[in-house]
Structure formats: structure tokens, C-alpha cells
Design a protein around this ligand. Sequence first.
Ligand code: WQD
Length: 332
Amino acid sequence: MNILVTGGMGFIGSHTVVELLENNDEVIIIDNLINSKIDVLDKIEKITGKKPAFYQINLCDKDLVEKVFSNHQIDVVIHFAGLKAVGESVEKPLLYYQNNLISTLNLLEVMKNHNCKKLVFSSSATVYGSPKFLPIKEDFPLSTTNPYGSTKLFIEHMLKDLYTSDPEWSIAILRYFNPIGAHPSYLIGENPNGIPNNLMPYIVKVAIKQLDHLNIFGNDYQTKDGTGVRDYIHVVDLAKGHLKAVQKVMTTNKIDCYNLGTGNGYSVLEMVETFEQVNNIEVPYQIVARRSGDIAQCYADPTYAKQELGFECEKTLEDMVKDSYQYIINNK
Ligand code: WQD
């Protein structure tokens, strides 16, 4: 199949492109490289022996999106592209609404014009807000606490309204939990520019002594050891979940949401301890004040994704922390 991957040069996008190419799908990437680097394309080719078509364009430029659909017969779209830093979204809400919503509206319009109505959308567990119960099921109440999360929730609403207007659409909304790790080749992985917002990239930078110590944001939560609990999922497992979602939208005409998580919750201290043991390295830390907007616990009930997509995680927490570290060691 011919699959368009927006944001296909990013962390999750590039891992998904690798799995699609190894599945013998034809892949076309649109990415404006705001959060990724052009050398990822060579890395993808090195891993798979194939070089996907690549367009360095901004989805906010509808004419350029139109050109891509005129150049290729696209069967399915996987839509990753979007700004995704929670803290930045609080400081720059208009940038986030403009970028994430306009780009998606353009994409959907052009898809409709070309009668391409099969979509896998990259959403986030952040749409569950602060869950009252755990583990989280797909029918739990939705709410958001920051503009980034609101763009994801607004797009989910847009997609549901689009499907109601035209049931020829087939849409899978994937709600990710906390993706970490790297491809076993260690050619692609997560290496954000500057000071990382997320836990694992920060731990890795402390481990390679680029940062002095980890600040643990609060140890007074109602959790097993007082620190925040999250559902970390290996990025390769997450990428494989997208292939399952592509199969789903190719064989059904519906819209549905799926949690892509392991169902296991690990605390910040457990992540630090596991990282240190597996990689045999120290990660100095200090306990500091809570980060505003953080919630105590968030982990998935993966039952529905397994039942509907046949999705199951294979990688262990040890794989996740080893691969996260080895990727940086191999790309210093
Ligand atoms: C995990 C835990 C922190 C950094 C965010 C987005 C979510 C998704 C994934 C895009 C929390 C603690 C972190 C640090 C710490 N992104 N922490 N010190 O906040 O669960 O989710 O990233 O889709 O939308 O909200 O991930 O990695 O930032 O935090 O103590 O330096 O680690 O308090 O408990 P989070 P995270």
C-alpha cells in the first residue's frame, strides 16, 4: 500500500516508517523538520535498504499538500505532524492552535478532495486529563489541562464530526502513553534539542554527563513511592501498533479510539533505578517541587487495543532503558 506519513522524520514517525518499509509498504513522508533532522532519512535507508519519498513542506501550506496528493496515489495517511511540547503550548497557545489545527484541516480537506478517506491519527493519553480511576479505558471522560492536549482533543472531535458527515471515512485514533527507547540498530531514537522536557531523554543526558543531575518533580504524590507513575511503552512496540491500525482502517469503515500502552505503571524512582541497574551507571537526582500540570498516575488498560487491533507489547522495561541509553551512546 501507498502510505503517507506526516511527521515521518520525528521520533515515533521514523520508527513507524521503518516498520512500514519492512512490511513492504510504499511510504511518502511529509515533514517540515522543525523537530527532526534530515539525516534521519539516510538512517531509515540504512536500516531498511529503502529510501521513502520525502517532502520538506509545512502542512499549513495547503497548495503544497495538494501537490503531494497529485504526485502519489495515497491509500492511507498516518498523521503524526504537530507541535507537542506541553510547556511551550502554555506559553504559546496561538502557535499551537494555529499549527496543529490548520495543518490537520488542510490535510483532511486534501484527503477528501482525492477520495483518500483512511486515516490513523496520533493522539495522546493527555486527553484523559487527570483520570479518576486506573487503569484508563478508551471510554473514560476526556479533558485537557494545556493547549497541546486541547489541540489533540479538538482534532479528535473534528474527526468524529467528519465521520458523522461521511461514514465512508475509516479513522483510528491512537492515544499514546509515554513512548521511550530506540530502534535496535541504534541509528534512530530520541535526542531532543536543548534541555529535554521528558523524563527519559533527561535521564540519558545526566547519564552521559551532559546534565549534572535529574530533578524529580515531587515525591509527595499518592503513589507507590510518592513520585509520578506513567505507562512507558517502547517506541518499536508503538510503531508496530500503527501497522495494526493501518490494517484496521483498510478493512473497516468506522472511527474508534485505542490506547497504546503496556498497562504497567512505573514511578520516576523505579525508572531511575532500572536505568542504573540495566546500564550499570549512576543517575544523580534531587527531589524538587512538583511540576505544574503534572498528574500523579497515568497508565493504560490495553485490553481494547488487543481485542480490536491484535496489539500487544513485546519489549520489556529493561529493553526500553537499555535502548534509550545505547542510542545516545552510539550517536554522541
Ligand atoms: C514523566 C514523569 C514527571 C521530567 C508528556 C506529555 C504527553 C506526552 C508524553 C506527547 C512525570 C517526571 C519528568 C523530569 C521528572 N507527550 N519528570 N523530571 O508528563 O507523563 O507526558 O510527555 O504526546 O502528552 O504530557 O511525560 O516524561 O514529561 O514525565 O520528575 O525532568 O517524570 O513529573 O511524573 P508526561 P514526562
